[in-house]
Design a protein around this ligand. Structure first.
Ligand SMILES: [Zn+2]
Length: 482
């Protein structure tokens, strides 16, 4: 806002130097300070829309090469946008990844979802600490109207994710309620319509691809029907633990489950298509910068497991990261990026970059100069060194963390076991190179420990917050707690 205002004033002065009387020039400058921005000036103020699709692995979208037509609407937008092919989630589950999206810092720094002294069960995890500025606060401080429509119980306001949003609607899903993307879309569109003449920041979160896979009627059976007979299964696909524990699950059953997951993606894609059409009707299309990503992916038996929260393999970490809107140059980018980049990128997209004290504390980099074609490589504080992408926090089992220094990726468990992959040649992580390259393992492990220790030393410790019984019941029904 301030930047736009200043440039208007500068433009006014330039015109006036060419012949207008000085007194008039003072009057015009004063008026430009007093008169609020009219609709025509505001047309230049972008509306910033962040779409986060829960549990969406990148490689199940058409634009990332999936073999099923799960995402025709998104693929059309991606073709006009900037697609980051190597985007990493900041953790293996919702709470820490959202903390990274909302604060631009790694999970070890912001602490959302960290284990607490009270226990490591889902209901004892730490809320987002209060010391770090949030993206919503940054937008609000610059005069943006802010709203979030989210549907994951871990995003309940009591757990901190709502900080800074003027309007925050968390309708926490369980397996029977608030799952459908079209509901979020219509509520969000209504809010945008109410604030269409103001600068806006909207967070829109969808839960559909999260278990249970119970696709909406419009898409139900599209991919599963041809597989149902061989699989001996029907929709919905329920029960994380039952599927994880079933050692006899046939290949046909696994394919059926995967097809059901794909139908959920198709349902979100259809809802998004109508959302984008609504933006156009509202006259917002030309001024909306949209970033679409995911908090983490989903394991569909890639490494013998199922669902998410238990692993940091690529099926969980490789997320979509696509931007489009005014100024965005259509391109596919291969720079490794992370959810921590969302924060600085969206502020710069809005023309209100993070202020130096805020920017200094970020782990993320603004991708905006790359996206608009102002530069061809990412530049950070230490841009001569290769970028380190730090990942941590798992929900089940032993704590794990990971470091990516492209093309290498190290996964470490708390007890010190390591897996090393070379992602350019082995994107599906079939071959663990840790035994073959112990020197690289120890070099990456040292860097990872260092990054985690620094972040951890800066983090203020918080206790878990008491979770109300209804929220606990939803977490339980999703399989996250007992
Ligand atoms: Zn999630």
């Amino acid at each position: 806002m301030i930047e736009h205002h200043r440039s208007r004033m500068r433009a006014g002065r330039r015109v006036l130097h060419h012949g207008a009387a000085p007194r008039l020039s003072i009057l015009v400058v004063l008026l430009s300070l007093l008169v609020p921005l009219g609709p025509s000036a505001q047309a230049a103020v972008p509306s910033i829309i962040l779409i986060v699709i829960d549990t969406l692995r990148a490689d199940h979208l058409g634009t990332y090469g999936h073999h099923r037509p799960t995402s025709p609407a998104l693929d059309r937008r991606a073709a006009q946008g900037a697609v980051f092919e190597r985007a990493f989630a900041s953790s293996g589950w919702t709470a820490p990844s959202f903390g990274s999206i909302l604060t631009g810092t790694i999970a070890a720094r912001h602490g959302q979802g960290a284990r607490t002294a009270e226990g490591d069960d889902a209901r004892h995890r730490a809320p987002l600490g209060k010391e770090l500025p949030t993206l919503a606060e940054q937008f609000a401080a610059r005069g943006y109207r802010t709203a979030a429509f989210v549907t994951n119980p871990f995003l309940d306001r009591s757990l901190g994710a709502g900080r800074g949003f003027e309007f925050y609607l968390c309708a926490p899903a369980d397996n029977d309620r608030y799952r459908r993307a079209d509901l979020g879309v219509s509520l969000a569109a209504e809010w945008l319509e109410r604030h269409r003449d103001e600068p806006t920041f909207l967070l829109l979160h969808f839960f559909d691809p999260h278990l249970d896979y119970d696709p909406a009627p419009e898409v139900r059976g599209r991919f599963t029907d041809p597989l149902a007979r061989d699989a001996g299964r029907t929709l919905p696909v329920e029960g994380v633990q039952a599927i994880r524990d079933d050692r006899t699950l046939s290949l046909a059953a696994r394919e059926f489950i995967t097809a059901a997951y794909d139908e959920e993606i198709l349902a979100v894609d259809a809802a998004l298509d109508s959302f984008f059409a609504r933006l156009e009707e509202l006259g917002l299309k030309e001024r909306s910068v949209i970033l679409l990503t995911a908090d983490h992916g989903e394991e569909l038996f890639d490494h013998g497991g199922f669902e998410h929260g238990h692993s940091l393999q690529q099926e969980i970490l490789h997320v979509p990261f696509v931007l489009w809107g005014p100024g965005v140059v259509p391109a596919r980018h291969t720079e490794p990026v992370s959810l921590v980049d969302v924060f600085p990128t969206l502020l710069e997209a809005a023309g209100v970059p993070a202020t130096p004290p805020v920017a200094r504390n970020l782990d993320g980099l603004s991708l905006w100069p790359l996206v608009v074609g102002r530069t061809t490589r990412l530049e950070g504080p230490a841009s001569s060194a290769p970028r380190e992408i730090v990942v941590s926090s798992t929900l089940q089992g032993e704590e794990q963390s990971a470091l990516v220094v492209w093309p290498h990726k190290l996964i470490r468990t708390e007890s010190g076991s390591s897996r090393l992959y070379q992602l350019d040649e082995d994107p599906r992580e079939r071959q663990d190179l840790s035994a073959a390259d112990p020197r690289r393992v120890s070099a990456l492990a040292r860097r990872l420990s260092h990054r985690l220790a620094v972040a951890d030393s800066l983090r203020r410790r918080v206790s878990s917050v008491p979770i109300d019984p209804e929220l606990h019941e939803r977490l339980r029904s999703l399989g996250y707690t007992r």
